[in-house]
Design a protein around this ligand. Structure first.
Ligand code: IPD
Ligand code: CA
Ligand code: CA
Length: 258
């Protein structure tokens, strides 16, 4: 039942992305100049809410553009109606809808769909992760220096020790390829699928990572906060890897050398 609702909600949201993509839509800035929200983000969110609220009117919802719709429920739906909004607004087809479902504080299901590549990532706790129904698993690279990584940068720069540019610089000075797709949910899914060996980011919100972190874990990967603690999507930092390069990446993110 939950799974059906999740699939329907993802489909409803992504139809809105397809409808508006490369067309005309309004764009507004949120907290900072380049933190954007488009008409499509709102339309996707509305379509997703309609599906969830029809099936489960008593469930809690946390969604990027609306915030919390509080309910006294064991279930919480954590929604990013478009992850990769800047890409979307520029006609770059690297964006997706991401929805995680939490039960009693534990992420039990996650789905991420990029309608432009027709890639549907899904995981259910304890049951593995799939891409378009085919099982996926993380890579087995064990040398950080030979890894292909991905990261993202916050809308407002974080000027702190071991911040985004310091870590990026250390990796780039050693010629480690570090990509920047512009969608944390896809960064996580592509790590789960073994395209990347690891992903890190300093400042995410719960809706960016809720589905993707479970997908990485279920694909056999490891996800922690920046200090190596059990991952909690309600704090900002994330390291998600194939497991084999995790300690080396974690050391680097905490001031160590490569
Ligand atoms: C953003 C993307 C980006 C990440 C930012 C997020 P949005 O989400 O996931 O990759 O670097 O931190 O805010 O704004 O496109 O939903
Ligand atoms: Ca996001
Ligand atoms: Ca978003």
């Amino acid at each position: 039942m939950i799974k059906n609702t999740l699939f329907e909600a993802i489909e409803a949201g992504s139809k809105e992305l397809q409808k508006f993509f490369n067309g005309t839509f309004t764009v507004q800035s949120k907290g900072s100049l380049n933190d954007l929200v488009t008409e499509a983000d709102h339309a996707s969110e509305k379509a997703i809410f309609k599906v969830i609220q029809e099936k489960h009117p008593d469930h809690f919802i946390l969604s990027e553009e609306t915030g919390e719709i509080k309910q006294d429920s064991n279930y919480k739906w954590i929604i990013d109606p478009i992850d990769g909004t800047i890409n979307f607004a520029n006609g770059i087809p690297l964006c997706c809808v991401s929805i995680g479902v939490e039960k009693d504080g534990v992420m039990i299901m996650g789905a991420v769909y990029n309608p432009f590549m027709k890639e549907f990532f899904f995981a259910e706790k304890g049951k593995g992760a799939t891409l378009n129904d085919q099982k996926i698993s993380v890579s087995d690279e064990d040398n950080l220096l030979k890894s292909c990584l991905v990261t993202g940068f916050p809308y407002q720069y974080l000027d702190s020790p071991n911040g985004p540019l310091q870590i990026f610089e250390k990796l780039i000075r050693k010629a480690v390829p570090v990509r920047r797709l512009g969608s944390a949910a896809l960064d996580l899914c592509w790590t789960a699928a073994g395209r990347f060996d690891g992903f890190y980011e300093h400042k995410l919100q719960a809706w960016d990572s809720a589905a993707g972190f479970l997908i990485v874990e279920e694909a056999g990967g490891k996800v922690t906060d920046l200090k190596g603690n059990t991952y909690n999507p309600y704090q900002p930092g994330i390291i998600a890897t194939n497991g084999k390069i995790h300690t080396a990446l974690q050391n680097l993110m905490n001031g160590g050398d490569l």
